[in-house]
Design a protein around this ligand. Structure first.
Ligand code: MN
Length: 231
């Protein structure tokens, strides 16, 4: 292919135990999928249908990355999330068939410029400036489902500077991963290469310049990133 400007590398994730990488196409994110987090954000955790937003594929940051503190915010928040990676195309996927479409899982961070997100909520604007910024989607190495299975329970935690800030369990998701795949695939045709960030447990809070984040999900893996100085 010939392009009129220089092209860029396809965003991708390392895969545990594999030499090859997982190419990333789209990043879908689920809002409010743990009741305690819905409550801490001032929302009713009743089981209303899941809602979704997207981040650009090139907002990924790898395990071990030092990411810049993003511009235009004074309130960067951490949200630790289970990430499901789609390995097989599908639309209108029944929840019972969803596992067949998942290649593997990883630990992710849905970093959020909470102050910009709040402005968007107040003014009924889209969430993109609060959610979809550069390096706003750190993601650890993918663990293939062929090796770890499909986790439904297990601790999901995040430490800031070694201090526990978020602690939950995958069993507390309002919508399970197969149910999320079912809902999302009625809105979009899912393609191999898509990632789904499946929502965060309670305890979200600010990350300051220079701080280190260590996240882990039992049976899935870990993710560590450090945040640099303000841009
Ligand atoms: Mn989130």
């Amino acid at each position: 292919m010939q392009y009129v400007i220089p092209s860029w590398d396809l965003p991708s994730l390392a895969v545990e135990g594999e030499a090859g990488r997982f190419p990333v196409r789209r990043i879908y994110c689920v809002g409010r999928n743990y009741a305690e987090h819905a409550r801490e954000m001032g929302n009713d955790p009743d089981r209303e249908p899941p809602f979704f937003f997207l981040k650009p594929a090139d907002s990924l940051a790898a395990n071990g990355a030092k990411i810049p503190y993003p511009p235009a915010t004074a309130n960067l928040h951490h949200e630790v999330e289970l990430v499901a990676a789609i390995g097989k195309d599908g639309a209108e996927i029944a929840p019972e068939a969803a596992r067949d479409h998942i290649y593997g899982y990883a630990v992710g961070l849905d970093l959020t410029r909470r102050d910009l997100q709040q402005i968007s909520k107040d003014r009924r604007w889209p969430w993109d400036t609060g959610k979809s910024f550069d390096s706003g989607a750190p993601c650890g190495d993918l663990a293939p489902a062929a090796r770890i299975g499909h986790p439904e329970t297990g601790a999901i935690v995040l430490d800031v500077e070694g201090e526990r800030r978020q602690s939950g369990d995958l069993a507390d998701m309002i919508w399970s991963v197969p149910e999320i795949v079912g809902h999302l695939s009625r809105l979009f045709t899912l393609r191999a290469g898509d990632l789904i960030y499946t929502g965060t447990p309670a305890g979200v809070g600010p990350v300051l310049p220079g701080q280190r984040l260590d996240a882990a999900i039992e049976g899935v893996g870990t993710l560590s990133v450090s945040v640099g100085d303000s841009a």
